[in-house]
Design a protein around this ligand. Structure first.
Ligand code: ITT
Length: 201
């Protein structure tokens, strides 16, 4: 059975593919392969946006669709940028500008605690959906370090680590990440779908 991975972000797509790996009976298909439009993320929460994306991708493709929304929540900034993480600097998906803005806002602040939160959603073409959340606690570094990952990874030091996520190998990030934790919550559903495609009927 084909299952769509609904994201317009190639780095995220690669991580999702690696985290989920091979599930016998499921063939992963990307939104780019099907030329699907990116849904508008108009929700007020990560959960709302994850559901909006998964439901839209499932409807447009006619396939079960997985999507997720991720935000960085910084304690000293009252949880910002949160659901606005991709547009923090005002420019959509400008990682360097977002990181610079974050460092500027945290300058001189003692509390650098933050967490990544991911809400993943699996939706069926008939509109049914399920969600799962994953969190990674950590702190914001004083300056960007590392070339791996994407987004805020060069600034994020997971709890118990000295390296940023961008200094880790992909497999190391994917073993502990917010994304991994959220997706593992949906794995039983993928296994059930693969075994019983009639669940779709
Ligand atoms: P899709 O909605 O198409 O999946 P996106 O890049 O817009 O792609 P999000 O809205 O979920 O995805 O992500 C918001 C931003 O949060 C993203 O642009 C990155 O800057 C950041 N981000 C998400 N996941 C991250 C991760 O694992 N590490 C670092 N930054 C991340």
């Amino acid at each position: 059975m084909k299952v769509l991975i609904g994201t317009g972000n190639p780095a995220k797509l690669a991580e999702i593919r690696e985290i989920l790996g091979e599930i016998p009976g499921i063939e992963w298909v990307s939104a780019a392969e099907l030329n699907l439009p990116e849904p508008k993320e108009e929700g007020k929460t990560l959960e709302e946006n994850a559901i909006i994306k998964a439901v839209a991708y499932a409807k447009h493709s006619g396939l079960p669709a997985l999507a997720e929304d991720t935000g960085l929540e910084v304690e000293a900034l009252a949880g910002a940028p949160g659901v606005l993480s991709s547009r923090f600097s005002g420019k959509e998906k400008d990682y360097a500008a977002n990181n610079e803005k974050l460092l500027a806002l945290l300058s001189g602040k003692e509390n650098r605690r933050a967490r990544f939160r991911t809400v993943a959603c699996l939706a069926l073409p008939d509109g049914r959906f399920w969600t799962s959340e994953g969190v990674l606690e950590g702190t914001i570094a004083e300056e960007p370090r590392g070339k791996g990952g994407f987004g805020y990874d060069p600034l994020f030091i997971p709890e118990g680590e000295s390296r940023t996520l961008a200094e880790m190998a992909p497999a190391e990030k994917n073993a502990i990440s917010h994304r991994k934790r959220a997706l593992e919550g949906l794995r039983p559903l993928f296994l059930a779908l693969a075994k019983n495609p009639e669940l779709l009927a």
